[in-house]
Every structure is written in C-alpha cells, then in structure tokens.
Design a protein around this ligand. Structure first.
Ligand code: 5GP
Length: 189
C-alpha cells in the first residue's frame, strides 16, 4: 500500500510527543506532519519545525480559502489544523505521514484516510498522573493545566472504540517497544 499515514492522538501529558519522536527517529521514511496553529510558540519552538505559526486572523483566512484538510479550535481562541499542502509535500517524497493531533482530529483524519491510516490512541494511566506530568513539564500555568486535564477526561470518553490501537503509557520503555511492533506491522502491509 502506498500513501500511508500514521495518526497519534492523546490528551497532552500522555507522553505522545516523546513516543512520536522516538518512532520518527527509527524510520527515515516516516515524516512528521507540521500543523498550523494560532497559539504562540512555546520555549524554543520554531516556525516550520514544531508548527507553522499564524495569527488567528491569518488562520481564519486560510480556513475560508479551504487550505485545511481538518482544523479545530482545540482550546478557546487557539486554532490548529493540517494543511492540504503539507500532505502533498510529504507524499510527494514517498514518505509515510505521521500526525500528532488531538483526539477529535485523529478521529476525523482516520475517517478521511480510511485503510491508508493506522490510528493510535496514547493514554496516560490516570488523570492524576496526567496532571503530575503536566506540572512536571513546567511549560503551562496551573490554570492551563486544569483546562488540559478536564479536556483529557472528556476526550478519553469520546475516544472509546474509535482508534485502531490503544497504547497505555505506564512505562516509557515498554510503550516504545509496543509502539515499534505495531508500526512495523503497519509499514509491512
Ligand atoms: P500543543 O499546544 O500542546 O502543542 O497542542 C495541543 C493539542 O493540539 C495537542 O493535542 C495536539 O496534538 C493538537 N494538534 C496539533 N496539531 C493539530 C492539528 O493539525 N489538528 C488538530 N485538530 N489538533 C492538533
């Protein structure tokens, strides 16, 4: 099968980015889909690497111009979306696209790509552990963390039965091995 995509979804704090970066490091044919967002860059984030950063107005214009395959207001006032041009760019190289996307976006992309897609939901072992991890990351205010935790709880409920595979991230080394095995299986198809 050609033109494959791998979708990773999770509430933030479940360890999704760590797992995605690990998998990307193992397979040169996998390429990260850089999303567009209207949120401000965090820490060392750079335009075109972690995200394409735009103002909310620029983002709305691009929505009106039908530039996105999917987009969402993930947090009030913060838009995120996958540009159609990004998908064309990666497939043109013969690479497999890797998405790091919220749960609703992951479900939408699976619906769009069907059999070409393998969708993986990464779960934190519990809401308390999720909160501890977000506090430990030290990049968000307590208010932002509580918003993320509340969103995570409702996302877990919504996600039930909608992904090809559920990966519970208890122990990072074990999670890496489990992720490697399922990705290998999908790439060989
Ligand atoms: P963060 O601000 O922590 O980087 O991302 C917040 C959430 O937005 C994460 O769950 C992330 O996966 C999700 N996200 C990133 N890119 C996209 C996208 O293109 N579309 C959607 N729907 N969600 C995205």
């Amino acid at each position: 099968m050609s033109n494959k995509v791998i979708i990773f979804s999770a509430p933030s704090g479940a360890g999704k980015s760590t797992v995605v970066n690990h998998i990307l490091g193992l397979h040169p044919e996998l390429e990260f889909s850089v999303s567009a967002t209207s949120r401000a860059p965090r820490g060392q984030e750079k335009h075109g690497v972690e995200y394409y950063f735009f103002s909310a107005d620029e983002f709305r214009t691009m929505i009106a111009e039908d530039k996105f395959i999917e987009h969402e207001e993930v947090y009030p006032g913060s838009f995120y979306g996958t540009l159609k041009s990004e998908i064309e760019r990666i497939w043109a190289k013969g690479h497999v696209i890797v998405f790091d996307i919220d749960v609703q976006g992951g479900v939408n992309l699976k619906r769009i790509f069907g059999e070409k897609a393998f969708s993986i939901l990464i779960q934190a072992p519990s809401v308390d552990i999720l909160r501890e991890r977000l506090i430990g990351r030290g990049t968000d205010s307590l208010e932002a963390i509580e918003k993320r935790v509340a969103k995570a709880a409702s996302e877990m409920e919504f996600a039930e039965g909608k992904f090809d595979y559920v990966l519970v991230n208890n122990d990072l080394e074990k999670t890496f091995l489990e992720a490697e095995a399922i990705i290998d299986g999908f790439l060989k198809k």
